[in-house]
Design a protein around this ligand. Structure first.
Ligand SMILES: C=C1C[C@]23C[C@H]1CC[C@H]2[C@]1(C)CCC[C@@](C)(C(=O)O)[C@H]1[C@@H]3C(=O)O
Ligand SMILES: O=C(O)CCC(=O)C(=O)O
Ligand SMILES: [Fe+2]
Length: 399
């Protein structure tokens, strides 16, 4: 357990994380110095009153807009799975598995409580993201994402796409166990951003560990719910190569014409999402309508992704979701994308396929990750497009 009390590293300025001392002695706040929007103003898309054309999304994707008062934007009554109860005894596991099964078979998402993530750690991770995105662009660019890699800082993905740009900045990094690297996240922060970012790297190293532990516990529940036992999926993901992403959605002058994240299914297996302080943004497509999801502060949002849909032979649905933005309010979220080790073969256990036919060919996470980083922008149809991309030879294997 790291102490979130950060040490002062040199003169405080807008690029240097500094400690937030408090009387209690364990204040998780990370402060990066005063917000200085003049430094961020060099991000051209945040300057004018009208959004640039490249940020305008098709009507079909933005409709109904976030400001709409139609009934489709009513909050959803989402099942809440108590993870602590599931791990405590057989009755708790039975209840959790039944709730998860119903949610995953219909729209692919549910909420989780009892996940064991220290609230101070969660606060430090959320505040750390707030501080990072307030930094001058030049500092954030030290971690600039390079083509083909999922890791790095990206402003609107403008380096990758020419149209339908998302109104967001992101910082992503891998959480993996390759070569027994126990501190992959921490090493990423110090090697890309510099030693001043060690405290922030420590926070995210520990946060990723907590997210992984919660994800593996959820995998036990999903294994029970699909009748393949607690260990099947848990073991499959135990040495995973996951991705953590901090999302920042700035206020937007025309929120109804753009999106923070367009309609998509996550290509990964499972997503654990934490949203910051009371600003709605995540919407899930249920029965043809976009429905906002507003968890309580101690709840995580869990989405099934394409890789788990394949691992359950389509019995569990990859969740179709999007994130809307606001005129006055900024919003942050933290997403932990659970992924298998890169070379693991994604193949559903036999009991999920018989008598149903196999729906997707065998693939590795390395292949699907490459597909989304180099060939196809993940959307609502990634898995089908990927199966076609793998080619007829692969398709024949599944008949
Ligand atoms: C493997 C990944 C690709 C994306 C990041 C992770 C998991 C989710 C994917 C993404 C968020 C789905 C929507 C489109 C995307 C381009 C985005 O808006 O960021 C996707 C990510 C990506 O390719 O960077
Ligand atoms: O910010 C959100 O609420 C959702 C983000 C998301 O869907 C993603 O990063 O994949
Ligand atoms: Fe997503």
């Amino acid at each position: 357990m790291v102490d979130y009390q950060l040490s002062n590293s040199g003169e405080p300025n807008a690029t240097t994380p500094i400690a937030a001392m408090d009387q209690v002695g364990r204040n998780p706040l990370l402060l990066f110095g005063p917000a200085d929007d003049s430094k961020n103003a060099i991000i051209p898309w945040r300057q004018s009153k009208q959004i640039p054309d490249s940020f305008v999304w098709p009507h079909a994707d933005t409709h109904p807009p976030s400001s709409s008062t139609t009934t489709t934007t009513e909050l959803l009554d989402v099942p809440v799975v108590d993870l602590a109860a599931a791990l405590r005894d057989a009755a708790g596991m039975r209840d959790a598995a039944a709730q998860a099964a119903a949610a995953c078979a219909s729209h692919g998402f549910f909420l989780v409580t009892g996940h064991g993530v220290d609230p101070a750690l969660a606060r430090a991770a959320l505040d750390g993201a707030a501080g990072f995105f307030r930094l001058p662009l030049a500092t954030k660019q030290r971690a600039r994402r390079v083509t083909g890699s999922v890791a790095g800082y990206a402003a609107a993905h403008a380096d990758r796409f020419a149209a339908n740009l998302p109104w967001k900045e992101t910082l992503s990094f891998r959480h993996h166990h390759d070569d027994d690297d126990r501190d992959a996240v921490l090493d990423y922060f110090t090697s890309t951003l510099g030693d001043d970012f060690k405290p922030l790297g420590e926070v995210y190293q520990e946060y990723c560990g907590a997210m992984e532990a919660a994800s593996l516990a959820i995998m036990e529940v999903l294994g029970v719910s699909l009748g393949v036992g607690r260990g099947h999926y848990r073991d499959f993901f135990a040495d995973g190569s996951s991705v953590m992403r901090c999302n920042y959605y700035p206020p937007c002058p025309e929120p109804d014409r753009t999106l923070g994240t367009g309609p998509h299914c996550d290509p990964s297996a499972l997503t654990l999402l934490m949203q910051d302080g009371g600003v709605d943004g995540l919407q899930v497509l249920v029965d043809g309508g976009w429905r906002p999801v507003r968890p309580k502060p101690d709840e995580l949002v869990v989405n099934i992704g394409d890789t788990f849909m394949a691992l359950s032979n389509g019995r569990y649905k990859s969740c179709l979701h999007r994130a809307v933005v606001h005129r006055e309010r900024e919003r942050r979220s933290l997403a932990y994308f659970l992924c298998p080790r890169k070379d693991r073969v994604v193949r559903p256990p036999p009991s999920t396929t018989a008598p149903a036919p196999r729906l997707y060919p065998d693939f590795t996470w390395a292949d699907l990750s490459r597909f989304t980083q180099r060939h196809y922008r993940a959307d609502a149809r990634t898995l089908d497009a990927f199966a076609r991309w793998l080619g007829p030879a692969k398709a024949q294997e599944i008949v």
